[in-house]
Ligand binder design. Sequence first.
Ligand code: SAM
Ligand code: SF4
Ligand code: SF4
Length: 339
Amino acid sequence: MFRKWAPTIIKYCLKNRTIISPQFNFRLLRKFISSKLLKTPLAIMVEPTCMCNIQCPLCTTPHKYMTRTQGIMEFDTYQKLLDDVKEFALIFYFNFAGEPFLNPHLFQMVKEAAKNDIFTMVDTNATLLTYARIQEILDSKLSILVVNIDYAKKESFEQFRKGANFHATMKGIKELCDLKKKKNGTFPLVVAETIVSRANEIHLNELYDFAMNTIGVDGVWFKPLCFPLHSKGFRENNEVEVLVDKYLPRTSSIKRYTYNEGHLQLDHYKNFCEWEYKSVILWDGRVAACCFDYDGNYTFGNIREASFLDIWNSPKYRYYREKLIKPKKLELCEFCSII
Ligand SMILES: C[S@@+](CC[C@H](N)C(=O)[O-])C[C@H]1O[C@@H](n2cnc3c(N)ncnc32)[C@H](O)[C@@H]1O
Ligand code: SF4
Ligand code: SF4
């Protein structure tokens, strides 16, 4: 995939002087050194909202069982965050427990991050890609837009993305890809994300062809399916055996689990967790532990009341990062499917 994108990225870098501009390099270098010396996080996950307009049955941040107050991040909260982290943050993921496009300021947020040389990524269910939104995307300097294309057929797509309309969603993605090409633009790179499950594992070549050639995306990422068993509500209302029979791929190697004699096992278990050097900012400004803490049960302060670095360096957050998050010892980690 990298080979496919490399010429485009190099072309963009040359066109935008991102490689040859000394000022740009210096700033990036400074950010990198700061992460090494001051141990600042490299990446920040920003939650534009925790609400969603559809109800995917296997959503990793299940709204049905969410007990925290739902809302949309205000621009002031975002601006405060950006001011606090712009000197060291390299990446902003606009994504977490909801549909980012529900935040009306999303692409203003992206634009401000891009002005500060922050690489930006938005994950979307792509159901809200109106013409006006497409124009905003193209003007925002967004680096990567991840759109969900799990199936090429209406019925299966609408079962997996319950509440989405297949034809309208694909039309929106295609319109974005076409307009971007018409403008001769490279960014955002539009990446189709396909979650590999039992129902699509034998159609991956067709899906790749559909996404690349019929819709016109720049790349396809096949993602291993995760069961949201870190959610107590989801665990109590779903039997693992039933989930396995319905969703776990039988033949594909793109999977997280093996199911053996009633036991679900992670295929590539890692002893450490990367959230020791990343951070999540919930829509209300609270700083949370990781992308599995969808209910905000482990939070360390609010960026509306304190500076991000004061929170990051607070004894409580440091203790959690070093003693509980890194070695995967939070209660939540027991059911986490990070590999
Ligand atoms: C919780 S969603 C939030 C962003 C947006 N609403 C979306 O669906 O793209 C974040 C990411 O998790 C992915 N995701 C949702 N359910 C999943 C599952 N069961 N296994 C793996 N990834 C999943 C989504 O496709 C998306 O890329
Ligand atoms: S669109 Fe995203 S946030 Fe919404 S239910 Fe589906 S996976 Fe969850
Ligand atoms: S291993 Fe633990 S800290 Fe890391 S993502 Fe999973 S639940 Fe979060």
